[in-house]
Write a protein that binds this ligand. Structure first.
Ligand SMILES: Cc1ncc(COP(=O)(O)O)c(C=O)c1O
Length: 449
């Protein structure tokens, strides 16, 4: 598998194929313990540690077919003519302990909806992590607000709260913490900073279903929380999203806005469309898929956490492999990806790309994750756009360009290694394979040259 320049989605889609490719290069019994790591790396023609593919994703539930076919046959595909989206919203809100949930057609539109109803937009600055899927950048830019990046803490992979405080200006209106890889950001610090500076908090929990901070589900801590149910996600629908919240009036506005501005609950008026709206509705058959997939979410989450803890315990002693640090307040992760850092100084300075290639050939699909995407031209294009130059002074934009340096994030972009969530759905012996393969590459680091 070419691990270079893989997007998260491409990587997730090909994760099991990578192991199959490795299998084609030779057959060996699976190593049982770390003692058996000596030998030739598969990349040098040796036998791969693992030859079996990992779990494919998504996993289809055949018993859902009759419900979906019955919706298709009824012709009631739009939520206005059925009950399925409403049922799914209730089930998801209950699972997360949120008062309300409104589904959208995807996570991007959930975030755009949250931005709109909280009136975060033109001329506002939103503090956000640079270490995220591009959709997070897109929704802020798409709302004509300025994404102001706070640096990343490479040890936790999350937004660094000290850096948030440093980036606040008089135009800062909101913080958008992203619980990236399904690992909680430091919500105690973020909520305290938001309170002190009177800022809105929109949680991008698009990778963090069922993860918890001090026993509270992510997405329920800020003003609103947003989720994605895209194909690779832990509650996969193909496309799908949700906004959750506890404030009834705010959630009435979410509902009304996502449905063309029609009246709903406290959103009343004399016209048929009392508030500005758009159409971001989920479909009935999307929700039927969601209702079938939601059934496995709790047990999958449990398994991913148990396997991640076990894998971490196995990796801890390997020199040059830095496992992720979790904040004290983390009570549960989602592990959309299992991350660790590759410290090349322990590997004769072999570039990470060589490590990734070697590990993939041992039968463990892996990727290097996000790059420093704020340098890719997207941000500069926005800074030059009318939306931006009309709302922000030249002095502010010059300062913004000068401050576009993130040493913590740059370090992480060079050191990160990701394993897909599907690898965590196996048994302990599958985790042993992963640990053995990493240990084998580490023990034979001279072959990376
Ligand atoms: C962190 C993050 N934010 C936002 C999104 C956008 O979600 P969607 O792809 O459903 O629009 C994603 C999806 O991959 C994501 O990972």
């Amino acid at each position: 598998m070419n691990t270079k320049n893989f997007s998260r989605r491409e990587f997730l889609a090909t994760a099991s194929a990578g192991a199959v490719a490795a299998a084609a290069s030779g057959t060996v019994p699976v190593l049982a313990g770390r003692g058996k790591t000596a030998g030739k790396l598969a990349i040098k023609g040796g036998n791969a540690v693992r030859t079996k593919p990992f779990q494919k994703w998504p996993v289809w539930n055949k018993s859902a077919e009759k419900d979906i076919v019955s919706i298709l046959r009824s012709g009631n595909w739009f939520r206005g003519r059925g009950e399925t989206v409403t049922k799914f919203e209730r089930a998801y809100a209950d699972l997360l302990g949120a008062r309300r949930c409104v589904c959208t057609m995807n996570g991007t539109n959930a975030l755009l909806t949250a931005m709109h109803v909280l009136d975060v937009g033109v001329g506002d600055e939103v503090i956000v992590s640079p270490y995220t899927f591009i959709a997070t950048y897109n929704v802020i830019i798409g709302s004509a607000a300025l994404p102001v990046f706070a640096d990343t803490d490479p040890e936790t992979f999350q937004i660094n709260p000290d850096s948030i405080e440093e980036r606040i200006t008089e135009k800062t209106r909101a913080i958008m913490p992203v619980h990236i890889l399904g690992i909680p950001a430091n919500m105690d610090r973020i909520m305290a900073i938001a309170k002190k500076h009177n800022l809105i908090v929109i949680e991008d929990a698009c990778q963090a279903w069922m993860a918890e901070w001090r026993g509270k589900k992510l997405g329920t801590i800020g003003d609103l929380g947003c989720f994605s149910f895209q194909n690779s996600k832990h509650l996969p629908i193909g496309e799908g999203g949700a906004v959750i919240g506890n404030d009834e009036e705010l959630m009435d506005r979410v509902w009304s806005y996502h449905n063309c501005g029609r009246p709903f609950g406290s959103v009343k008026g004399t016209s048929r469309y009392p508030i500005i709206g758009t159409n971001r509705r989920m479909l009935e058959y999307q929700a039927a898929i969601g209702l079938s997939q939601i059934k496995r979410l709790e047990s999958d989450t449990q398994r991913r956490n148990e396997n991640a803890e076990y894998l971490t315990s196995k990796l801890k002693g390997i020199p040059g492999i830095a496992t992720v640090k979790l904040y004290d307040g983390v009570t549960r992760c989602a592990y959309h990806l299992y991350p660790f850092r590759y410290k090349k100084e322990y590997f004769n300075n072999a570039p990470r790309q060589k490590f990734l290639a070697a590990l993939s050939r041992e039968g463990i699909p892996c990727s290097g994750g996000y790059g420093p995407q704020y340098n890719d031209g997207l941000i500069e294009a926005f800074l030059q756009s009318k939306n931006c130059t009309r709302s922000f002074s030249k002095a502010r934009l010059d300062q913004y360009r000068r401050e576009l340096h993130y040493p913590g994030n740059d370090q992480l972009c060079q050191e990160a290694v990701w394993l897909s969530q599907t690898l965590l759905l196996g048994k302990k012996r599958d985790m042993d394979d992963i640990a053995n393969a990493i240990a084998k590459v580490a023990a034979n680091k001279d072959q990376l040259a």
